[in-house]
Ligand binder design. Structure first.
Ligand SMILES: Nc1nc2c(c(=O)[nH]1)N[C@H]1C(S)=C(S)[C@@H](COP(=O)(O)OP(=O)(O)OC[C@H]3O[C@@H](n4cnc5c(N)ncnc54)[C@H](O)[C@@H]3O)O[C@H]1N2
Ligand code: MOO
Length: 430
């Protein structure tokens, strides 16, 4: 890049379309501070009453429990050998019981007599009156007698019934995220199905006449970069995407948008484009016609400042609309600022813990607004990436996270809040 190019790209990244504080791109409405916008989105989701369903394990993965996970039996449900070796009763040496010994899954074995030993496998039921299990590598059998190489402690290598839990114990509370480990625990505790909160349903509407669905850009037309990106991204945020549709900028597109925001079966309608105040920017007028309440109308963040969040209907039957700006990195900014906290809350999930990382190198800031900048994460630093202009995906496509840069920028080494990208955090089981 020449210096002039770099300056131009930076200006665009900062999107200095408005140099006045507190005005968003959305028709001069007051822009919400970035952090407050995220909190508003989270609160909007929390205010929607939770639904609940009973589903097989595969469908429960990634949802949260709406009923406590209580043990359906003691775990372990019988006194269990923790090692391959010998079950013994009383002090040694011991008489070896003839036969093959006891394997995992066998019926309850006959009790041991005092001074008796029987071969036993890991996971097998220990006979009544067993006082200890001796590992095979610590014992010698010879002439029908068993000898231990080392002192034997009462109870050693026996997992007593109920060691992990008693039947009825609370294993996990309501609100726990169903992870693969939770599925394992639930299976061990005797469950076949789980009672969870259904993931929020999302419909995606991509607005714009200039969008091509295949081939190379030509004649002023560009490829739709958002349809391929948003569905899988929103799925990884823990939602169920019920469809992605493209709508034109003409009156028919506006009517279809009105129909969708007023009667979609989705909990959340995500739109892209049309958030600004251009001649064919339909989102605001349509939301007004739909009687929507604008919860966030512009955010003091670059890129993405015209993003919005609206609610249609009362709390019990509320549907939310997240309006993402059309510029692709601005849309990513809206996803992380509004869609993610809203969807987490609607899914009953905790908001992600906040954390900071020192940034490598100085980062220019916007005079009034927060910036979100794609970064790579090393062991020590967040390294800002180039190609972070609002219309560019080149930076974020190679990024682990976005760094939150406060107004006026950051000095090298300054701690910046980090928003992990869903695939980098690896925290999504969808
Ligand atoms: N007078 C003003 N103009 C603009 C302002 C402003 O404050 N005053 N804000 C600018 C900013 S910042 C953004 S971001 C955009 C937001 O615009 P819209 O949400 O109305 O989006 P569009 O105008 O429809 O598109 C903007 C841009 O993005 C391209 N785009 C749209 N959809 C896609 C897609 N699916 N894939 C790839 N690219 C897409 C579109 O072609 C435009 O280039 O408004 C600025 N203007
Ligand atoms: O620059 Mo705009 O802020 O791309 O959303």
């Amino acid at each position: 890049m020449t210096r002039t190019d770099a300056d131009g790209a930076l200006d665009e990244a900062l999107a200095l379309v408005s140099r006045t504080p507190d005005t968003g791109g959305a028709g001069g409405h007051r822009a919400a501070p970035w952090l407050r916008a995220r909190e508003t989105a989270a609160r909007a989701g929390t205010s929607v009453p939770a639904r609940t369903h009973r589903v097989p394990f595969a469908d429960a993965l990634g949802e949260v429990l709406t009923a406590p996970l209580e043990a359906l039996s003691d775990l372990p449900s019988f006194d269990t050998s923790a090692m391959d070796g010998w079950a013994v009763a009383g002090p040694g040496p011991w008489r070896v019981r003839p036969g093959d010994g006891i394997l995992a899954g066998d019926e309850q074995p006959a009790p041991l007599a005092d001074g008796e030993a029987v071969r036993i496998a890991t996971g097998a039921r220990v006979p009544a009156d067993t006082t200890a299990v001796i590992r095979s590598e610590h014992a010698r059998a010879s002439g029908g007698q068993l000898y231990s190489d080392r002192p034997v402690n009462t109870g050693q290598d026996i997992r007593p019934r109920g060691q992990e839990c008693r039947s009825g114990d609370l294993l996990l509370p309501v609100g726990s995220l169903v992870t693969p480990a939770v599925l394992g625990l639930a299976a061990a505790a005797g469950y076949d199905e789980l009672v969870t909160r259904p993931r929020p349903r999302v419909e995606i509407l991509v607005l714009g006449d200039e969008l091509l669905t295949e081939g190379r850009p030509h004649d002023g037309l560009i490829r739709d970069a958002l349809s391929p990106m948003l569905g899988p991204w929103i799925t990884r945020l823990g939602a169920e995407v019920i469809g992605t549709r493209r709508l034109g900028d003409d009156p028919a597109g506006a009517e279809a948008l009105l129909e969708a925001v007023t009667s979609s079966t989705a909990d959340v309608v995500v739109t892209t484009g049309g958030t600004a105040s251009g001649p064919v920017d339909h989102v605001h007028p349509v939301l007004e016609r739909a009687g929507a309440e604008l919860l966030v109308d512009g955010v003091a963040v670059r890129p993405g400042h015209p993003m919005l969040l609206a609610r249609i209907g009362d709390r019990d039957g509320a549907r939310h609309v997240v309006g993402l700006p059309g510029n692709p990195l601005a849309a990513v900014s809206g996803l992380l600022t509004l869609a993610e906290p809203l969807l987490r809350a609607l899914a009953g999930r905790r908001q992600r813990p906040r954390y900071t990382v020192p940034v490598e190198g100085d980062v220019p800031g916007h005079p009034y607004d927060t910036r979100l900048v794609p970064v790579l994460l090393t062991d020590e630093h967040a390294v800002p990436l180039r190609y972070n202009g609002p219309a560019m995906l080149r930076g974020v496509a190679g990024a682990d996270a976005l760094a939150v840069v406060p107004p006026h920028g950051a000095r090298s080494g300054q701690e910046l809040e980090i928003l992990d990208l869903p695939w980098a955090s690896g925290g999504c089981f969808t």
